[in-house]
Design a protein. Structure first.
Length: 267
């Protein structure tokens, strides 16, 4: 009876095949390496966006000892300074956390994450108080009603808090956690994008759309690196997209105006 099984490879074939496979595996960049580059790059891009938006009106004026005013020309208050310090700390913390993960320093990342949770809470409080105080003082960009405009910064900071809370709740799920933190960042970078040259006069729809480009970048990266989009982007991105026309619609109603006037009168 003849042996119909496949012939065994010769000794030189057995030694060559694992070598080729090992070499190709060693030289193929892993998804983790791609993640490190993408999330590190987007952290820098977000920080540069913040600097470009707030540099001319805040950061560069501090360095140059120039008079500090808001986009409406109103002097900057202590509350606004506090708000700026907290949000700047977030920008720096986001970069630091990204670097720590890239260097596999997970324990330090988690330690700073506790401080980040406290910082996020302070940001929500300070951001909301600043927005309400500005509306009470009649501060708003040119062409915007202060009470209607209150919807934008107030909803941004509340959405930020919601995404951070979700990210902390799912911190054991690394894939969901880092995407939710990115979505949280996108919520507050809108203020910087609105201050980029020529953007503010185009209206909220434009600077909201520009901020969503960071989410789109994450979606494209997921599709390219994994062949599918992570649910955090699907659900979180949908919430952000739907919220834009919804917030703009609500801000123009009489009910919102009454509420904004009432809450502004409390500070």
């Amino acid at each position: 009876m003849h042996n119909r099984t496949s012939p065994r490879p010769r000794p030189n074939e057995r030694s060559t095949m694992p070598t080729i496979a090992s070499a190709s595996f060693a030289h193929a960049p892993s998804v983790w390496q791609h993640d490190r580059r993408f999330f590190g790059g987007i952290a820098v891009a977000l920080a540069l966006t913040v600097l470009a938006g707030f540099g001319p009106t805040y950061y560069f004026r501090i360095i140059g000892a120039s008079p500090l005013t808001t986009v409406s020309g109103v002097p900057v208050t202590l509350l606004v300074h506090t708000h700026a310090v907290l949000f700047t700390a977030w920008v720096l913390l986001f970069i630091a956390q990204t670097v720590l993960i890239a260097q596999h320093k997970v324990a330090m990342h988690r330690y700073l994450g506790t401080a980040g949770a406290a910082l996020a809470l302070l940001m929500v409080v300070a951001g909301a108080l600043t927005a309400i105080n500005q509306a009470a003082r009649g501060v708003a960009p040119a062409g915007f009603d202060p009470y209607q405009f209150l919807m934008i910064p107030l909803s941004d900071v509340l959405l930020f808090g919601g995404f951070v809370a979700a990210a902390l709740r799912l911190r054991a799920n690394r894939e969901a956690h880092k995407r939710l933190m990115l979505l949280a960042y996108v919520c507050i970078v809108t203020a910087a994008i609105g201050r980029l040259p020529g953007v503010l006069p185009l209206g909220p729809a434009v600077f909201f759309s520009l901020s969503l480009l960071f989410v789109l970048a994450g979606v494209i990266y997921d599709k390219a690196s994994r062949g599918r989009v992570h649910p955090a982007y699907v659900w979180g991105g949908t919430i952000l997209v739907i919220s834009v026309p919804l917030r703009l619609l609500i801000s123009g109603t009489e009910t919102w105006t009454r509420f904004a006037y009432w809450i502004a009168s409390q500070v």
